[in-house]
Design a protein around this ligand. Structure first.
Ligand SMILES: O=P(O)(O)OC[C@H]1O[C@H](O[C@H]2O[C@H](CO)[C@@H](O)[C@H](O)[C@H]2O)[C@H](O)[C@@H](O)[C@@H]1O
Length: 257
């Protein structure tokens, strides 16, 4: 780290025991791929997180994925002390134990009615995540046009089922209301008595966590995992998961030195 190191990052390096590091999964720890089931963490991910986790107060993965999926695709089970807040904070995985509420009753209606909306578009696929259902358009001939065409009927179905729509990179997710990544991160900061915070993300669902960093009143830093698909303002912009790994590694270097 240099003299240009942002204040929030300086606070993390100077007092690592008080630092909470929050990390999104897809697009941040894991490169974006066309098949959601084929996503896997960056090859340096598990070792990078294990090293950083041994130096700071806590590392949490905050994701729209089910926590167990992030643990599996991220090879995270062996990362000491790591907490995974899945489904935007509905679920929590820690030390091999998963805590989760019962699935929302509205999901049954979504499972029954969504296929007929989606089947009109070749290549659009449904990802059933048990506590949420997502429609992906990345593999259609016109991902943005199909996403735009689905927006209104999906919003109507979600409202009728008592669910909320979470938009993301060529995805519309129908999920239970009442939580988001900002609420999940804020609660985790309070629980851990954080004295500084970093959150890294790449998608629209991460903006609530960026806002929570700013609202926390703590020295904090927002990190955007950049790509050609989305531009978002953040304190630090890095080049996708490669850049995230490099940044996390350099934070560990700076703490150790
Ligand atoms: O909070 P996250 O961990 O970033 O999860 C958000 C969504 O990520 C996944 O979809 C995204 O990644 C896929 C794999 O790289 C990609 O194919 C898709 O286009 C992206 O939107 C996941 O499949 C969703 O369920 C998550 O909500």
């Amino acid at each position: 780290m240099t003299v240009d190191t942002p204040d929030g990052l300086r606070a993390i390096i100077d007092d690592p025991a008080g630092a909470v590091i929050g990390l999104d999964f897809d697009g941040t720890l894991s490169p974006i791929v066309s098949d959601p089931a084929a996503a896997r963490i960056h090859p340096d991910g598990p070792a990078t997180l294990a090293r950083l986790g041994g130096l700071v107060g806590a590392v949490a993965v905050v994701t729209g994925r089910p926590a167990a999926t992030a643990v599996e695709y991220g090879s995270l089970a062996g990362v000491p002390g790591l907490v995974v807040l899945g489904h935007y904070g509905l679920e929590r995985w820690e030390a091999g134990t998963l805590t989760a509420p019962p699935p929302h009753p509205g999901l049954a209606r979504v499972r029954a009615e969504l296929p007929s909306l989606v089947s009109r578009f070749d290549g659009a696929v449904i990802e059933d995540k048990e506590r949420a259902v997502a429609v992906h358009t990345r593999r259609t001939a016109g991902p943005q046009a199909v996403l735009d065409a689905l927006r209104e009927p999906v919003a109507k179905l979600a409202a009728e089922a008592g669910l909320t729509v979470e938009p993301g990179k060529f995805v519309l997710e129908l999920r239970p209301p009442g939580t988001d990544k900002g609420m999940a991160l804020s609660a985790f900061l309070r629980e851990r008595g954080a004295r500084s915070v970093l959150f890294a993300g790449d998608d629209l669902g991460d903006l609530a966590a960026f806002a929570a960093v700013r609202a926390s009143g703590l020295p904090g830093v927002t990190v955007f995992s950049g790509s050609a698909e989305l531009a978002v303002e953040a304190d630090i912009v890095v080049d996708g998961p490669d850049g995230v790994m490099e940044l996390l590694g350099s934070i560990s270097d700076a703490i150790e030195s």
